[in-house]
Ligand binder design. Sequence first.
Ligand SMILES: [Zn+2]
Length: 299
Amino acid sequence: MSSEPNTAELSVLRELAAAGAAGLRTASQWQSWLWHAERFAYLGFTNTMLVWAQRPDAVLLHDYAGWKRLGCQVTGGEHGIRIISASGTGKVVSLFDLTQTEGPATVVKSHKGASSGIRPGSQDALTALALRAGYRVAGIRPVETPTIDWEAKTIRATSGDLPALAAQVAHVLVHDDEHQCGTVTATAESASVTFLICRRLGLDTSWITFPHVTSWAGSDPRANPAAVVARVGDRVLRAALKAFVCIDATTHPTARSVTGPRRAVVAVAARDSGTRAGTGTTARQRSDELLRVLSEAAR
Ligand SMILES: [Zn+2]
């Protein structure tokens, strides 16, 4: 019951994701997407946009059968969050958020928590992550600047300076050599992966800055900035997923807040809602329209 081939719905979903991507223009909008995407990185860029648009406060997603296996029941009358199957079959799949289910308190409890903190073992996790990418980590004196020696496959960072180490590890995860690091797109990529790693480890992220999205994706609709945003978004999520697997295998999560920016992609688009060239429709109006079509299709 969770999937059906539906070309019309599929094209609505693709358009909704593209409208969301086109609405990501400023650094803070990009950061809002990252904040949301951390939980659903495994779904890929397009689906992170779709979840964000349909259920901005989603915390934990499974399909109907998946919830059943966990001993939970999807609450009657709840509409599924429609995403596009990652298997390449292009099927529409319905997922449900934790808040749309009823079941054992343990499931809820393990995904709730108000406090946050740095995961114990974070330094080891980052070192292991570097090693998996083929880089060893060498200590430097605190006065020295952290660097990557791409030739010697060595990251040099001050022991204990976790954010600095995370930033260097992010580079080797998302880039192959220093020649890939010079562009503004590369800066957006490495800053984004750094942000996601730091979030996962419970480290401070307030020091991380992002370039304005239009500075690397462009703003001329003819150049299709939404496609550039999607490509970079997918690269970032792929690198972050490698990091998450390693981090989750080597550290224990601390209790984490599940609240946060409840800003849907439509709201994000609204804050920067210049009229989209040629269409006479703002990204927000278009997203609203697409969401309405989707919810009607769900009835
Ligand atoms: Zn780089």
